[in-house]
Design a protein around this ligand. Sequence first.
Ligand SMILES: [Zn+2]
Length: 232
Amino acid sequence: MNDTLEIGGLTFHVRHSLRRRTLGLMVGRGAELILNCPVDADAQKVAKWAQSKLLWVHRRLARKEQMGEGGYIPEFTTGENFFYLGRGYRLKVSKQQPESLSFDGNRFWLQRDAMSNAAKHFRNWYIQHGRMWLTERTASLVRRTGVSPAKIDVRDLGFRWGSCGKSLTLCFNWRLLQLPKRLIDYVIVHELVHLREPYHGDGFRRLLERALPDWEQRSEELRLKGSAFAIL
Ligand SMILES: [Zn+2]
């Protein structure tokens, strides 16, 4: 059974599911609002609940507009997929969890009490793991360009995947860690080439082609896939 609900000038698509026990709200890829609820949910209660979420919805929609097309806003519930190095791992929300967020190689574990700050915990997790992973990965790619960065940092770079700063510092966006390794490699090599050629001219292109002959294909893939991840 599918329905729509109009509240505060917004349209919610109501999805009833046999598997659901609680109410949940999702902002889809096209900014559509999906309200998941149990099959026997009381319509009035559902409407009231959605009403109480309006501020949250407006904040999420604003964030989505800022981040552009393609991404989705997670709910942080058990079963949801989060990407790490191109692979999706399910999230499990649990009360008995020593850390706010951890990853055991099979799934992400989120402490129930940490749910309200889940986006922040995920960002921090990607940044921490990203520093180690990207430092090692970059070290394995430097022979392609012949220059090593003095320092590698991982943070939020908004729309950019990477940047090459002063004094041989390379900076990477933590969002990169969600992508497949071959696309991360492209961003790393691209920034390594910038250590020698700051601008995107013929010289840059020549060096990039030598370092990564199929860079154009990877760059196009990055353009297509790069925005289809969780907005945190
Ligand atoms: Zn560049």
